[in-house]
Design a protein around this ligand. Structure first.
Ligand code: IPD
Ligand code: CA
Ligand code: CA
Length: 264
């Protein structure tokens, strides 16, 4: 059983995310290009991703010894347990290796397939997004909420190009192209941060196919606590494990689904 009240646990997770975020920031200027590996085309990994994950696993294991882990760099093998930490030690590695921003640390705690808390930290902007169940999401301690934009016209929409671009993924990008005259699109390169931008009202929506649970688990929870909506591409709830997400302020969700995601 978990001994911590959820708020104290969240405070500790924030502290851990900040420590690892600072490590990422310190290392970015020092990173040795010969240590950069490729997992596939355009898909980078560095010793920093691995070391950051090792730090997170060590610190979170001390916090909640009974919990398991689902992590990008597979520092520990995934075993189904009552509590599971879903972590991405460095979301935005492509930005990171090009000495660009943004990038983030992303940590979610799941209990029996339900997220209880989410923390995303951007160490360069010094922005800490977090939420616990049944409460308002916060950015640097201040409550945040989604924008009120209710149409694609003049919308500010984030998206990403998946490493494995399927025919369906390509069709969605073509549909987005047809909206270029109507709204402003942005690719920032860190799904976790881009979903948090929707949560704090900075952008109105975000979509991406072929994502993994660690890219979206914390941020989608933060967004929902900020009043937003997340679905998979079929309007269902399988957006953490289903590898596709539409994350929005809720108001323009349906129009985005009709015009970009579902349009044939
Ligand atoms: C990636 C980022 C990127 C998205 C990729 C993700 P990584 O995560 O979130 O924005 O387009 O699909 O894999 O590899 O930097 O942790
Ligand atoms: Ca990621
Ligand atoms: Ca990563």
């Amino acid at each position: 059983m978990m001994n911590y009240p959820i708020h104290s646990l969240c405070d500790e997770v924030c502290r851990i995310a900040i420590t690892t975020g600072k490590y990422l920031k310190e290392q970015q200027q020092k990173i040795d290009t010969s240590s950069i590996e490729m997992k596939g085309a355009r898909n980078y990994v560095t010793y920093v991703d691995k070391e950051a994950e090792r730090q997170l696993v060590t610190a979170l294991s001390q916090l909640l010894p009974e919990a398991g882990f689902l992590t990008e760099e597979a520092t520990v093998e995934f075993v189904e347990k009552q509590y599971v930490w879903i972590i991405d030690p460095l979301d935005g590695t492509t930005n990171y290796v090009h000495k660009d921003t943004p990038y983030s640390v992303s940590i979610a705690l799941m209990k029996e397939r339900k997220i209880l808390l989410g923390v995303v930290f951007d160490p360069v902007a010094d922005e800490l997004y977090y939420a616990v169940e049944n409460e308002n999401a916060r950015l640097n301690q201040k409550p945040i909420k989604v924008s009120e934009k209710n149409m694609l016209q003049n919308g500010y929409i984030g998206f990403g190009i998946p490493y494995n671009l399927t025919a369906e993924g390509e069709k969605i990008l073509q549909n987005a192209l047809h909206q270029f005259k109507k709204c402003s699109f942005r690719i920032k390169g860190s799904a976790a941060i881009e979903i948090c931008y929707v949560a704090c009202g900075r952008s109105d929506a975000y979509f991406h196919s072929a994502l993994s649970p660690w890219d979206v688990a914390a941020a989608s929870f933060i967004l929902k606590c900020a009043g937003g909506r997340c679905t998979d591409f079929s309007d269902g709830d399988n957006y953490i494990f289903g590898k596709e997400i539409v994350a929005s302020n809720g108001y323009l969700h349906q129009e985005l689904m009709n015009e970009i995601i579902r349009k044939q």
